[in-house]
Write a protein that binds this ligand. Structure first.
Ligand SMILES: [Fe+2]
Ligand SMILES: [Fe+2]
Length: 462
């Protein structure tokens, strides 16, 4: 499509949306004049998705903008649509490739029935999720200018909120909304594709008091990274991500002091804990928007690669391969988290332990894949540089594949810097032409006070 065709097509998309919206005010929702424009809109979107996975429409100063270029083919229904968006408080609408006629219909209904004006963007997002709109997102227009770490932090935060809500719902006897889990997992999946390290760095921010919540989000992020490296399709990746997010939801059925109990469990207590995968399976069965395979994965996440775990599988039982992905992510996150009975392992130590479990409780190919996808110096690894400074790996160039990015925390004499200092390892010394800093190797993190990854990331992105 050339620019002109694109403009025509997008004007068509919006005109149809506007027509459906207008007719909603005049006819019953099932009337062809409401439904047909929605179907036409879906058709007009098709050519765009040939070469992009999403299409962003922005309303800026009352003008419709497509990928930075204003569209001036004004008609009354187009204007009506933009006015409604503006009034509610939506500055940008993003259509994703998987968008269905139902999504568009719900979105139009949402615009029609939402009478509030100028809602905060977060509130709009939550409402759309509750309405079950899955492949249309809204964003604040300025979000695009945020750096990846800020964006990743927000996405992580909203996933954390979703887990807290879901687990609290279950505890109070309510069935949580699966659409909400889907929404946050899709956001995380997008961020993992865009900048894997920004997202993975956040999994190292451990919150001791809220272990289950952070752990759930971390397992989801790690599983999404693995699923992407495996080259799985989008629906499979989202299914795995949702399974990661909800894998321990069955623990809500256990007594709180049992979950929080430090140290070893009695045989009876362990028997109780062993029920959580089945409990989770049951809870997911009641939720909407949950895939059958996601449910099985939650049930199987402790079955183990060698099938010696729980619930113990019958000999002929066929396990879902995706369960092994969650198991690897679960293990890595547990090892790198400090618990009252266990110090936190560094990413490298965790991988070393996992290598020993490969072929037994864990799928050996996936352990290798995790290692590869985390790189030689995983985010959060403390490293000594050739200048004798000590820093922490905060990411890598190109968001996953390139050279590590390092923030220096201690000077060559071991004194902490006032603030972490991000350095470019490619920077060369003008006198010799050689690189100023090289990574010599990792340092034992126990030699230094614990690092707050969130503080470091905030300081260097700030
Ligand atoms: Fe579990
Ligand atoms: Fe877990």
């Amino acid at each position: 499509m050339d620019r002109r065709q694109m403009e025509n097509a997008i004007a068509g998309v919006v005109r149809h949306l506007g027509a459906s919206l207008k007719n909603r005010g005049l006819y019953p929702p099932t009337h062809p004049l409401v439904r047909t424009p929605v179907e036409k809109c879906r058709m007009e979107l098709n050519p765009f998705f040939a070469d992009r996975s999403e299409l962003a429409l922005t309303v800026s100063d009352g003008t419709l903008v497509l990928e930075g270029v204003p569209i001036f083919q004004l008609t009354s229904s187009l204007e009506l649509f933009m006015a409604r968006l503006g009034a509610i408080g939506v500055p940008a609408v993003i259509f994703e490739r998987g968008v269905s006629v139902e999504d568009i219909e719900l979105f139009v209904r949402f615009l029609h029935e939402t009478k509030d004006q100028g809602l905060p963007i977060q509130e709009i997002k939550e409402r759309l999720a509750r309405w079950g709109v899955t492949h249309i997102r809204v964003t604040a227009a300025e979000e695009k200018e945020k750096d990846d770490f800020t964006l990743a932090r927000e996405i992580y935060g909203s996933a954390l909120n979703a887990v807290v809500r879901a687990l609290k719902d279950v505890r109070s006897g309510k069935t949580p909304d699966g659409a909400e889990s889907n929404r946050v997992v899709r956001e995380m999946s997008g961020m993992v594709s865009r900048n894997r390290d920004a997202m993975l760095a956040l999994t190292l921010i451990k919150n001791f008091d809220e272990y289950t919540y952070n752990h759930s989000v971390n397992v989801s992020v790690l599983s999404l990274a693995l699923a992407e490296t495996l080259g799985l399709s989008e629906p499979e990746r989202i299914g795995i991500g949702v399974a990661g997010l909800l894998h321990d939801v069955g623990k809500t059925q256990l007594a709180l002091d049992l979950i929080r109990k430090p140290g070893t469990l009695t045989v009876e207590e362990f028997e109780e804990i062993k029920k959580h995968p089945e409990e989770g399976f049951a809870i997911l069965g009641k939720m909407t928007h949950i895939h059958e395979s996601t449910r099985s994965v939650v049930r199987e996440h402790h079955m183990r690669f060698d099938r010696t775990g729980y619930p113990r599988p019958e000999p002929e039982y066929r396990m879902n391969q995706h369960s092994f992905v969650i198991a690897v992510a679960d293990c890595y996150d547990a090892l790198t988290t400090m618990r009252s009975y266990q110090r936190a392992r560094t990413p490298r130590q965790a991988l070393e332990i996992m290598r020993k479990l490969a072929g037994k409780s864990l799928d050996p190919d996936l352990v290798e894949l995790l290692e590869r996808s985390l790189g030689v110096y995983p985010v959060g690894t403390m490293v000594r540089l050739s200048t004798m400074e000590v820093g922490v790996v905060t990411g890598s160039q190109d968001g996953g594949t390139g050279e590590p990015q390092v923030a220096i925390l201690f000077d060559r004499s071991g004194n902490p810097l006032a603030a972490p200092q991000g350095v470019d390892l490619k920077e060369s010394d003008p006198s010799s032409g050689k690189r100023r800093r090289l990574i010599l190797g990792t340092v034992n993190p126990l030699m230094h006070p614990p690092v707050s990854m969130s503080g470091v990331l905030q300081a260097i992105s700030g």
